[in-house]
Design a protein around this ligand. Structure first.
Ligand SMILES: NC(=O)c1ccc[n+]([C@@H]2O[C@H](COP(=O)([O-])OP(=O)(O)OC[C@H]3O[C@@H](n4cnc5c(N)ncnc54)[C@H](O)[C@@H]3O)[C@@H](O)[C@H]2O)c1
Length: 410
């Protein structure tokens, strides 16, 4: 069944979902709760992951969604207006670029890409095709985060910010499963897609792919993209164009769990240097942060006062740590509604692809610096490394496994 194609104020938006895992399905359910939305099709390379989603769509709309294994076939449906990209990080670039090339808008999960060149190419593709994309960094719509960002942006601390810290505890381990035959439900070749082919093992796929740098970006991409995003937003004048570092150093390793199967470091300290405004930003991930929430951001001013924000709250402190009174800002609409409004009115979303290409690039810079073991330098205008240092890391770029090819956008 094809739906009549619609666009424009108050019209129904017909959706397809690529990747029916944890977050793809959560996004779909959030959007199914909104007015004027219909889910028409679902795509996953593992049929075992789709059962609950098919049932929920059928219950809500009184008909089964069309089911696909190859997302390119789903994109051929002219009546689908927009796509939710809920695949692992190594698939986002191709899923998203093919979506906008098919004339559709997208809700794309974070980090937007697996490497820096992909992020830059995705931003160019979305701009070229004039599509409305919301990235799944929903913290940008969360009250504690909008309050803290507004407080910092409006200079309510009273003196200039000199240090911004972002952190997230990481104690994840994936074990050491032996390679085995993939389950009959999973098309493993299509799951690996453009990444390097590695033997199937249960602990490499669903959910766990983020701890392998072949398919994920480690904690720096997974949570750094949320927390560093808030750090960058606080130091930027708007959500749409972010301050970017000019040099980045990072050290880390598999220090806490050296025998665990994960390839991403379990401990990382990254330092980012900014000019104009001049400040230092740090990213820490590893075992624990005593006396602090397990994730958060702190903005420290020259006089020692600081703002702290985390999932669940925010606070303002005197240099000795005592609480100072604070004032918030008006609440904004939720992240999924903000995307639907953007699609209907053709206006920029709160987590636009272009601005999230910047935050994602900052995460990749930390991974590049960690992988090459040297300080890397960045040119914001070119969205590129300065010089050759870091270019031979997979967080900068990699050749796709054939036949997959990253499209070129000038
Ligand atoms: N915004 C958030 O707060 C948040 C939270 C969790 C995850 N995420 C992001 O959501 C994305 C998915 O993460 P997850 O934890 O749900 O992963 P997951 O492994 O649970 O789900 C991914 C799904 O994609 C499917 N898939 C893989 N390749 C595919 C392809 N080529 N075509 C169709 N389906 C394919 C897999 O079979 C799997 O069902 C990641 O980018 C992750 O970073 C965001």
């Amino acid at each position: 069944m094809e739906f009549n194609r619609i666009q424009g104020a108050n019209n129904r938006i017909v959706l397809g979902l690529i990747g029916c895992g944890g977050m793809g399905a959560a996004n779909m359910r959030n959007l199914m709760g909104k007015d004027g939305v219909e889910v028409a099709a679902l795509c996953d390379v593992d049929t075992s992951r789709m059962g609950g989603d098919i049932a929920d769509v059928e219950k809500k709309y009184g008909r089964k969604p069309e089911i696909f294994r190859d997302y390119r076939k789903m994109l051929e449906r002219k009546d689908i207006d927009a796509i939710i990209v809920g695949t692992p990080d190594h698939w986002h670039a191709l899923n998203l670029i093919h979506t906008v090339e098919a004339g559709k808008d997208a809700y794309c999960e974070k980090p937007i890409s697996h490497n820096l060149v992909e992020a830059r190419t995705m931003a160019k593709a979305v701009a070229h095709h004039k599509k409305i994309v919301q990235v799944g960094t929903w913290q940008r719509s969360g009250k504690e985060f909008t309050d803290a960002i507004s407080f910092v942006r409006n200079n309510k601390l009273g003196s200039k910010i000199v240090l911004v810290r972002a952190w997230r505890t990481d104690g994840s381990q994936v074990g050491n499963d032996k390679p085995s035959a993939p389950p009959a439900t999973l098309d493993y070749d299509m799951w690996i897609g453009p990444a390097a082919m590695t033997p199937y093992a249960p602990n490499h796929v669903h959910g766990n792919w983020r701890w392998f740098l072949n398919t994920g970006t480690g904690m720096t991409g997974d949570w750094g993209v949320h927390m560093l995003d808030i750090a960058l937003l606080g130091m930027s004048a708007t959500n749409q164009d972010l301050v970017m570092p000019h040099s980045v150093s990072a050290y880390g390793g598999k220090l806490a769990f050296p025998t665990d199967g994960r390839t991403a470091p379990d401990t990382v300290e990254a330092i980012f240097h900014f000019k104009n405004p001049d400040f230092i930003m740090t990213w820490s991930t590893g075992r624990d942060y005593p006396d602090k929430p397990d994730c958060g951001v702190e903005f420290v001013a020259a006089d020692g006062k600081f703002v702290r924000v985390w999932r669940g709250g925010w606070s303002v402190h005197a240099p000795n740590g005592e609480l100072i009174p604070k004032e918030g800002s008006p609440a904004v609409n939720d992240h999924w509604q903000n995307w639907l409004d953007g699609v209907r009115t053709r206006t920029q979303t709160r987590s636009s692809l272009a601005s999230m290409a910047q935050t994602t690039a900052v995460c990749h810079l930390a991974n590049i610096a960690y992988l090459c073991g040297e300080t890397v330098h960045f040119d914001k205008t070119k969205m590129d490394l300065v010089g050759n240092t870091g270019r031979n890391t997979t967080s900068y770029w990699r050749e796709y496994r054939k036949p997959w090819k990253l499209p070129t956008y000038k």
